[in-house]
Design a protein around this ligand. Structure first.
Ligand SMILES: Nc1ncnc2c1ncn2[C@@H]1O[C@H](COP(=O)(O)OP(=O)(O)O)[C@@H](O)[C@H]1O
Ligand SMILES: [Mg+2]
Length: 305
């Protein structure tokens, strides 16, 4: 069977979330199993798009705050008085009070100027306090609509080309609240048959949620699927990996399947170095894959006018 070439794929455009038509696309990376590369995907896609001249807002809603660390901020030890996603969730601070510029580390030992700002990327930094989120959302009046409400009322029209939410692994009220705010979901999968089946089950969960909250503008679509060979010990070599990619294509449709990401050491290295991949290893094979992914997602390199 001939594989569709990139040129056969339709150019992507997105429908804004139904609860706030002035917003750009709101991506959320999800999966069933956890530790499958949600943060890796989000960090690399967002920094690649930013370097291509797009403006993005990243919301780190994971209590592990890996996304924040990768973008130059510690989520475990937040200085006193510095607001985070937790304060945003509780309505203690407004979005513009919580935003920080995403950063990349330029020299680990440079005490004076260890980070450089990545132009075009704003970050809502994460916090370990999000571990209490599921319970707190029951007490809060806005409850599971907190992020919908923030994005609807506090993101100015035209400010961003995309919004990306990084989610925790668990499935509770917090995750539901993130799905209610999202327009387009990116389902991450390991190259394993049970993960592909899990992704189908997840799609049904999303459809159920949309039905339940239809009157509240819930409209998240399972738009993208991506196989990432994160820390796999299955040694998913050549043929097996290709088979999974082909099976995923028939399950989810070629137009919805992103290029697979191979297992490689540069991705964990880039995280450790607190440098997004386009800074850490711009000429690596993985970066080539992410360039293609970013094209396919509708954020091509912009040619100078
Ligand atoms: N393609 C890959 N190759 C090798 N390691 C990867 C790859 N993708 C992710 N990882 C590693 O796997 C672990 C989980 O990835 P992460 O993005 O944090 O997943 P999640 O956000 O879903 O928990 C991290 O240590 C990350 O560095
Ligand atoms: Mg993560």
């Amino acid at each position: 069977m001939a594989k569709p070439s990139r040129n056969d794929l339709p150019v992507r455009s997105y429908t804004p979330p139904r609860y706030a038509p002035h917003l750009p696309v709101v991506f959320l990376t999800i999966n069933r199993a956890g530790s499958v590369g949600k943060t890796t995907f989000g960090n690399t896609f967002a920094s690649t798009a930013a370097l291509r001249g797009y403006n993005g807002l990243i919301i780190d809603a994971d209590l592990q705050s890996d996304m924040s660390r990768w973008f130059g901020y510690d989520g475990d030890f937040v200085p006193d008085g510095v607001p985070t996603v937790h304060d945003l969730m509780l309505g203690k601070n407004r979005l513009d009070e919580v935003l920080v510029p995403a950063r990349t580390r330029i020299a680990p030992d440079t005490a004076k100027r260890p980070f450089e700002i990545i132009p075009g990327l704003d970050l809502v930094r994460g916090s370990a306090k999000m571990s209490q989120a599921d319970g707190e959302l029951v007490q809060d009046g806005r409850g599971i609509f907190w992020l919908q409400s923030v994005l609807k009322k506090q993101v100015p029209e035209g400010r961003y080309d995309f919004i990306l939410i990084d989610a925790p692994a668990s499935f509770g009220r917090l995750s539901e609240s993130l799905m209610l705010a999202a327009s387009d979901l990116i389902t991450m999968m390991k190259p394993m048959r049970k993960e592909l089946r899990g992704a189908l089950a997840l799609k049904r969960n999303v459809e159920d949620l949309n039905e339940k909250y239809e009157d509240f503008g819930a409209s998240a679509q399972c738009t993208w699927y991506c196989i990432n060979d994160a820390k796999s010990d299955s040694g998913s070599q050549g043929q097996f990996y290709a088979n999974m990619q082909e099976e995923a294509q028939s399950l989810f449709g070629a137009q919805n399947l992103l290029p697979g990401i191979r297992n490689t050491v540069v991705l964990p290295e880039a995280y450790d170095a607190e440098e997004p991949l386009p800074f850490w290893a711009p000429r690596s094979e993985s970066m080539g894959t992410f360039n293609t992914i970013t094209d396919q997602m509708g954020f091509p390199v912009r040619l100078a006018a």
